[in-house]
Design a binder for this molecule. Structure first.
Ligand code: DGL
Length: 279
């Protein structure tokens, strides 16, 4: 194998504060089935959504340093909060490796989906406070109106497995009330856990509002990037060969594997624990 082929065959590093980024990994698996993935979930330090930018930047730098030990060819920041607060630091730490966050692809998809120019964004407190989505949307289409709403209870509800629950329905309606009054026609699910509440949100808000999952567009963007940098892996998995996905976490590997099995289209047998504070 020559050097270019070797590089093409390297995995993509994907990371999140914990489990939610698996919704992004799932889209990459579906859309780029030949690509290998090294996933890191910071299960010991989740949630990032109520931490300061400085802390999220420090955590993200450590994760990038760890991912680089795994010989990757690109990094996908599968966490809206880290994409919002730490993308520059991640790029700096990545030292020339291509990096994609979820916010810009999500903002671009919303700009394409909206017809009446009124977009809602739901996300963690930190992402909403950073205004990163409205800035990204206004950089593309300054005339659009954007309303943001932090929904901090959605993450624990998803992690608890309470997606089909009366209580969750009530909480969804309570958070979305204000956003719906704004008469939006597109809603960005601006936190990686929220796509797991997609059918509940859809049922409760009706069919008129387009739901934008930044994970889809992130996988498309990754495809374009790999193509433009001549980094696409073109050697298919052989029949019987295991899926080329490796999972690392900072804590509670068993729970992670159980959750991953409910989200991903492949069987996740285990995840390895990494002492991330040492990186
Ligand atoms: N993964 C985070 C995000 O997409 C949500 C969970 C957290 O707060 O860490 O913003």
């Amino acid at each position: 194998m020559n050097e270019a082929d070797m590089r093409r065959s390297l995995p993509i590093g994907v990371f999140d504060s914990g489990l939610g980024g698996l919704t992004v990994a799932r889209e990459i698996m579906r859309n780029l089935p030949m690509e290998k993935i090294v996933y890191f979930g910071d299960t010991a330090r989740v949630p990032y959504g109520n931490k300061s930018p400085k802390t999220v930047q420090r955590y993200s730098r450590q994760i990038v340093r760890f991912l680089k030990t795994q010989e990757i060819k690109a990094i996908v920041v599968a966490c809206n909060t880290a994409s919002a607060l730490a993308l520059d630091e991640i790029r700096e730490e990545a030292g020339g490796l291509p990096v994609i966050g979820v916010v810009e692809p999500g903002a671009r998809a919303a700009c394409e989906e909206t017809k009446r120019g009124r977009i809602g964004v739901i996300a963690t407190r930190a992402t909403i406070a950073s205004h990163v989505y409205s800035n990204a949307i206004h950089a593309i289409r300054p005339e659009l109106s954007v309303i943001g709403k932090a929904c901090p209870l959605f993450v624990p509800l998803v992690e608890e497995g309470w997606t089909h629950d009366k209580i969750t329905d009530e909480i969804i309606l309570r958070y979305l009330d204000e956003v719906l009054e704004y008469d939006i026609d597109a809603l960005i699910l601006g936190c990686t856990h929220y796509p797991l509440l997609r059918s509940e949100i859809r049922r409760l808000i009706g069919d008129e509002i387009r739901l934008v999952n930044p994970a889809y567009e992130t996988a498309n963007e990754l495809k374009r990037l790999l193509r433009s940098e001549a980094l696409e892996n073109d050697s298919p998995r052989m029949p019987g060969e295991p899926y080329p996905y490796r999972f690392f976490v900072s804590d509670d590997a068993e729970r992670f594997a159980g959750f991953a099995n409910s989200v991903l289209p492949v069987d996740v047998k285990s995840a390895r624990i990494v002492p991330i504070e040492e990186y």
